[in-house]
Design a protein around this ligand. Structure first.
Ligand SMILES: Cc1cc2nc3c(=O)[nH]c(=O)nc-3n(C[C@H](O)[C@H](O)[C@H](O)COP(=O)(O)O)c2cc1C
Length: 174
C-alpha cells in the first residue's frame, strides 16, 4: 500500500477474527515502531509482546473493562516509556507516540487491525498492565495495542478541515 493511502484509510479496529498474528508480522511491527523518530534519537521505549490467550484475556478484564476486543485479539504489544533513556526530559511521551503511530500504520499496511488503548495517565489500566505483564518500576506502561485480522471494515474518514488552517498568520485565509 502506498504510504499516503495507508495513512488516509487507517481506522481503529476493535473486532478481530480468530486467525493468528504471525511472528513475522510481530517482528515487522516492532521494526516499524523502533524506526520512529525520537527527540535526540533517545528511543526511550520498550515493547512487551504477548500472544498468550490467558494474558490477553486478563488484559481485557484489567484494561478494557472486560470488553470483547482484547478477548478477540490474537496478540498485543504494550509500549512502555523508559524515562531514563529520554535525551531531553519530558519528551518521552512524544517519542512513544511516534513509535505508536508507526506501529498502527504498519499493522494497517499488513492487513492487520489495532487500536490505541490509553494506559499512561489511566491508573487502573497502568496497574493492570504492570501486574499481568510484570512491568517493573520505573518503567511506565504507555499504550497497549491489541492485534488481529480485522473482523470489521470501517470506511476511511476524511478529516481535513480548512478551519484549522491559518495562512501566514493566525486567522489568515487562503
Ligand atoms: C492517545 C489516544 C488514546 C486512545 N485511547 C483509546 C482507548 O483507550 N480506547 C479506545 O477504544 N480507543 C482509544 N483511542 C482510539 C480513538 O478513539 C480513535 O483513534 C479515534 O476515535 C479516531 O478513530 P480512528 O482511529 O478509527 O480514525 C485512542 C487514540 C489515541 C490517539
Amino acid at each position: 500500500m502506498e504510504t499516503i493511502s495507508t495513512i488516509m484509510t487507517r481506522r481503529s479496529i476493535r473486532a478481530f477474527e480468530n486467525r493468528p498474528v504471525t511472528e513475522e508480522q510481530i517482528q515487522t511491527l516492532l521494526e516499524a515502531a523502533m524506526n520512529a523518530p525520537s527527540a535526540g534519537d533517545g528511543r526511550p521505549w520498550h515493547f512487551v509482546v504477548t500472544t498468550s490467550r490467558a494474558k490477553l484475556d486478563a488484559l481485557a478484564d484489567a484494561v478494557d473493562e472486560g470488553n470483547a476486543l482484547l478477548k478477540q485479539a490474537q496478540a498485543a504489544i504494550l509500549i512502555c516509556l523508559d524515562e531514563s533513556l529520554e535525551k531531553f526530559k519530558g519528551f518521552g511521551p512524544q517519542d512513544c507516540s511516534c513509535a505508536a503511530q508507526n506501529l498502527q500504520l504498519a499493522a494497517h499496511d499488513m492487513g492487520l487491525g489495532t487500536v490505541w488503548l490509553a494506559i499512561i495517565n489511566v491508573p487502573p489500566r497502568t496497574a493492570g498492565c504492570r501486574k499481568i505483564l510484570d512491568v517493573p518500576e520505573p518503567m511506565k506502561p504507555f499504550a497497549l495495542f491489541p492485534l488481529g485480522v480485522p473482523a470489521e471494515k470501517l470506511d476511511a474518514e476524511y478529516r481535513y478541515d480548512t478551519k484549522r488552517i491559518h495562512r501566514e498568520r493566525w486567522g489568515g485565509i487562503n
